[in-house]
Design a binder for this molecule. Structure first.
Ligand SMILES: Cc1cc2nc3c(=O)[nH]c(=O)nc-3n(C[C@H](O)[C@H](O)[C@H](O)COP(=O)(O)O)c2cc1C
Length: 223
């Protein structure tokens, strides 16, 4: 599929329902080979990506599912996902996102059980047949974490060019020990996030997540 860059960017969204069509290994290799051209400060290329399909992914989902069912507490954090007190306008944007996400599923604000159930689909990769886990060396700094973001966005856009969708997932960081049991990464790597990859299940309802108006996030300084 040939996609214009604008189309790739605007058609990418966090898809939270995949069907079981497998993702061919050669497609994943093509995407990851191209994503390797992502920029990084001094070309450090600080991303360490693991791709899981088939039996190992099924095993990971099984182990994560068992933890969820047992009410197992999350692993201690290796990084904070968000500042503890989100100030304006971030707080309002997060609330708006939660509202959109759960109302698309018909879940009300105070229905915590249904919210928890929807959230736990993270650890089943929303049904996706492939997943990527992105690690970074513990001693890397903030600029290198930003490099990971660029790499991951390249992956997600290239997946669009292959007719595939994705969902980046920090949620996996709270079950990082379970991920490590299956992937056995070397010591010294920190799991930033997972990413579900596959073909969209078009029967799953969603509301397209909005964006702040341009003048809230961009300032033109003109002569
Ligand atoms: C680094 C990162 C981590 C994310 N973690 C999760 C996650 O754990 N679970 C999830 O369902 N969505 C996750 N998302 C998806 C965001 O909620 C989503 O990108 C955002 O709400 C904007 O919506 P859109 O991507 O559909 O346009 C994550 C996105 C990013 C960039």
């Amino acid at each position: 599929m040939i996609l214009d860059v604008y189309e790739a960017v605007t058609s990418r969204r966090a898809v939270r329902g995949f069907d079981d069509r497998p993702v061919p290994r050669e497609v994943l290799e093509r995407v990851l080979s191209a994503a390797a051209w992502s920029p990084s400060g001094s070309n450090l290329q600080p991303w360490h990506a693991y791709v899981l399909t088939g039996e190992p992914l099924a095993e990971l989902k099984k182990r994560a599912g068992e933890r969820v069912a047992a009410g197992d507490p999350w692993d201690e954090r290796e990084y904070e996902m968000y500042p503890s007190a989100l100030k304006s306008p971030y707080h309002e944007r997060r609330s708006a996102f939660g509202k959109e996400r759960y109302s698309a599923l018909g879940i009300t604000r105070d229905d915590w059980e249904s919210r928890q159930r929807a959230a736990s689909a993270n650890w089943q990769c929303f049904g996706a047949p492939a997943a990527l886990f992105c690690y970074i060396d513990r001693d890397m700094g903030r600029p290198q974490w930003a490099d990971l973001g660029m790499f991951l966005q390249s992956v997600m856009l290239l997946l669009r060019a292959e007719g595939l969708h994705s969902c980046p997932q920090m949620a996996w960081s709270v079950y990082r020990k379970t991920v490590a049991e299956v992937l056995t990464p070397p010591d010294g790597l920190v799991l930033f996030c997972g990413m579900s990859i596959g073909f969209e299940d078009v029967t799953v309802d969603y509301i397209r997540t909005g964006r702040a108006p341009l003048d809230e996030t961009v300032t033109f300084v003109e002569g």
